[in-house]
Write a new protein. Structure first.
Length: 138
């Protein structure tokens, strides 16, 4: 089980960076430029329209501290696998991998000074309902 989790962790980290890297030039920071079905957002939930409330990462900002919470149950069959914070240039600024045994999908991160005041992206990946992204400014 640990090898599978490590594989998921590494795969998700790589795909989050790759998926979000082209955003700054292609969409000027807007999530509207993404094709449907690739990454889900509040405005573009795709086939998961009824799943927004339990999958969209909720972001709180307090100075250089950012909290991410996904209001989602955690069980062996269905859980939030990972949170990441990705800068507009594709750099991953923070991440946390969860296991089904965790009580909730909550993470906290410190944003480096050079990224404060810029658009950032919080991701939440569900093992059944794909990757969800919320745009925010820290």
């Amino acid at each position: 089980m640990n090898d599978r989790r490590q594989f998921l962790k590494n795969s998700l980290l790589a795909s989050a960076g790759l998926a979000l890297a082209p955003l700054s030039s292609a969409t000027a920071g807007s999530m509207d430029g993404l094709p449907q079905g690739l990454i889900y957002t509040e405005a573009n939930p795709g086939m998961w329209g009824k799943k927004v409330g339990g999958h969209l990462p909720r972001v709180s900002v307090d100075g250089d501290k950012v909290g991410i919470f996904t209001k989602h149950g955690m069980s062996e069959k269905h859980f939030i696998v990972r949170h990441t914070i990705v800068a507009h240039n594709g750099k991953v600024l923070g991440s946390k991998t969860f296991s089904p045994e965790d009580e909730e999908a909550r993470s906290s991160h410190t944003i480096p000074a050079e990224y404060r005041g810029q658009k950032l992206y919080a991701t939440s990946f569900c093992n059944k309902h794909d990757m969800w992204v919320a745009e925010f400014t820290a």
